[in-house]
Design a protein around this ligand. Sequence first.
Ligand SMILES: C[S@@+](CC[C@H](N)C(=O)[O-])C[C@H]1O[C@@H](n2cnc3c(N)ncnc32)[C@H](O)[C@@H]1O
Length: 305
Amino acid sequence: MKRPLRVGTDCSGIEAPIVALRQLKIPFIHEFSSEIDKHCIATIRANFQPRIIFGDIMERDIRDVPDIDLYICGFPCQPFSTAGNREGERDPRGTVFYECLRVILHKKPMVFVLENVRGLVSIDGGETFKTILDSLRRLKIYDVQWKILNTADYGIPQSRKRVFIVGIRRDREKRPFQWPEPIPCRPLEEFVILENRKQPLPPHFYSSGMARIINERAIFINLGFTKHRHGNAHKICPCLTADKGKMYCLSQGRYMSVKEFLSLQGFPQSFKPHGSRTHSLRQAGNSMSVNVIFLILKIAMECVQ
Ligand SMILES: C[S@@+](CC[C@H](N)C(=O)[O-])C[C@H]1O[C@@H](n2cnc3c(N)ncnc32)[C@H](O)[C@@H]1O
């Protein structure tokens, strides 16, 4: 393509996909982002220059959305209603996914990537996910594929399984999309950032019996998993959660830092978190992993012309 790629993201969080595009060194124009969280918007403004930042996409007029070649959205996981529908079919109208579908239908980007928690595949007995795939495939112009990928299989030692749906426009497809091959992880020790900060473990670590069963070599643990041995926690960090006060660095005797969260999500040191520690941890904990979206976008962009 001769002109820069036009990119739009929805439910943009802290824009892991835009970080990935920068790393890919593909010339692009960041046409739009959208966020309902003012702290995410502040982080977006501190790190990126989208031409438009929309607020709630449920209130957006599709005519205000610019044309794009690449669309990425990590929409919230909501089951679809069957109320008022005589056939009992799941109805995505009124959901954030429906707004994503609208962008895809009206803007027909060459490539789209949708991301969600692994649970989306099974909520509602799998009916919601089936409706999502059917409604994307019914557009008939995309080759649509999905897969659950784990961040820890792609170079960064965090156990984080997320479902990705990739659509490639058939008339632009030079070759079929293939999911990335696993690559070895960097050692987890490299993700510990040394600090002079000590914070005691909370009393429930001892009272729940967690102290007795935990792997002694564990580096990062989730204090919410009280019955869990964290058997491989010296090699892989448990899935980062946005909940405050859960993720603890056992080897350093303190709660995990924002920098550790960001690096275990694949963000570069130059990334500027914005807002309080609580907000920054939530933003990083909700984000896509940059290493995973990097590989998906690399392969997807090689498939199109
Ligand atoms: C799971 S996070 C996605 C994060 C993002 N993909 C990233 O890489 O950082 C979902 C985000 O969607 C935002 N969101 C939820 N509903 C929204 C809506 N109706 N309009 C715009 N943003 C929304 C939330 O505030 C949250 O930051």
